[in-house]
Design a protein around this ligand. Structure first.
Ligand code: ADP
Ligand code: MG
Length: 263
C-alpha cells in the first residue's frame, strides 16, 4: 500500500471524506503550484469544511419544510414600494431572532408575504438556527389531532423547538374555540423564548373574527406584538402582474381584487 493510499484510508476512517477524495488531486496541484505546507493543508481542510457546511445546510433546509426556495436576492423591491427595503435587510440580520422577537407580514394575496417569510427562514438556517415552516391551518389541524389523542404536549414540541417558526396564512380560515386556545398556548410557550414569523391577510382589527373571541385574540396579540416588527404590505399581486400586462384582466378588476390596502 502506498503512503497516499494509507493516508486516504486514514482520512476516511476519521470521517474526513472530502479530504480523502480530494487528496490526490490537491497534492498534485500543490506540487504544480509550489504551494507551502500550510497552504496545501489549509486548502484541503477548507474543502472539508465547505462540504460539511453544505451538507448541514441541506439537512436543515429539508427539516424546515419550506414550500419553495426563494431568497431575498430574488425579491424585487421596486415592484412593491410599500415595503421598506432597509427594514427587511435589518430583519435579514436575524437580530430579531436572537432577541426572540416576532415578525408579522401583513397584506393582501400575492404581495410577497410568503416569499419574504421563506427568505428570512433561509437566512436563519444559514446562521445555524432551526427553522420550521407550516400554514396556520395545517398546524392547528395537527395540534388539534394531537389534543384529541391526548398527546398535545409532546406534539407541541415540534412547534416550540425551532428558533424560528414560520406560520403562514393566518386568518384565511377562522379558528374555532379549540383551535384558538391551542394557538394561544403555542404563542405563550414561545413568548420571549423564540421567534414567530407570521403572515396574514388580516389586519389586527380583524383578529377577533379570526379567533372567534375578542378576549383571546387580544391575549394572543398582546404576547405576539410585545416584541415584534410588523411589515404592512400594500400593493398589487405579483402573481397577477404578468396576466395584467397581457390584458388578462381589465385594470379596474385587478385594482378591485388585489390592491385594497389592509384596513
Ligand atoms: P403572498 O404570500 O403574499 O400571497 P407570495 O409570497 O406567495 O405572496 O408571492 C406570490 C408569488 O410572487 C411568489 O412566487 C413570489 O416569489 C412572487 N413574488 C411576490 N412578490 C415578489 C417580488 N416583489 N419580487 C419577486 N417575486 C415576488
Ligand atoms: Mg402566501
Amino acid at each position: 500500500m502506498t503512503q497516499i493510499t494509507q493516508l486516504r484510508e486514514s482520512l476516511e476512517a476519521l470521517g474526513l471524506a472530502q479530504m480523502a477524495s480530494l487528496l490526490q488531486s490537491r497534492l498534485e496541484a500543490a506540487a504544480h503550484n509550489n504551494a507551502t505546507y500550510p497552504e496545501f493543508l489549509w486548502d484541503l481542510v477548507e474543502a472539508e469544511t465547505a462540504a460539511r457546511r453544505e451538507r448541514y445546510l441541506k439537512a436543515r433546509t429539508r427539516l424546515a419544510h419550506l414550500p419553495f426556495y426563494k431568497t431575498l436576492d430574488q425579491f424585487d423591491f421596486s415592484f412593491q414600494p410599500s415595503i421598506d427595503e432597509r427594514q427587511i435587510r435589518e430583519l435579514a440580520t436575524l437580530r430579531f431572532a436572537h432577541d426572540a422577537s416576532n415578525v408579522i407580514l401583513q397584506g393582501p394575496p400575492g404581495v410577497g408575504k410568503s416569499h419574504l417569510a421563506v427568505a428570512l427562514g433561509i437566512q436563519a438556517i444559514q446562521q445555524g438556527m432551526g427553522v420550521y415552516f407550516i400554514t396556520a391551518a395545517d398546524m392547528v389541524a395537527d395540534l388539534r389531532k394531537a389534543w384529541a389523542e391526548n398527546r398535545l404536549e409532546r406534539r407541541m414540541r415540534v412547534y416550540t423547538a425551532p428558533k424560528v417558526l414560520i406560520v403562514d396564512e393566518m386568518g384565511y380560515l377562522p379558528l374555532d374555540e379549540t383551535g384558538a386556545t391551542i394557538f394561544f398556548q403555542l404563542v405563550s410557550m414561545r413568548y420571549e423564548k423564540s421567534s414567530i414569523i407570521l403572515t396574514s391577510n388580516k389586519s389586527y382589527g380583524d383578529w377577533g373574527t379570526v379567533f372567534g373571541d375578542a378576549i383571546l385574540a387580544t391575549a394572543i396579540l398582546d404576547r405576539l406584538l410585545h416584541h415584534s416588527t410588523t411589515v404592512n404590505i400594500r400593493g398589487e399581486s405579483y402573481r397577477l402582474k404578468d396576466k395584467k400586462r397581457a390584458g388578462f384582466f381589465s385594470t379596474s378588476l385587478v385594482r378591485q381584487e388585489v390592491s385594497q390596502p389592509p384596513k
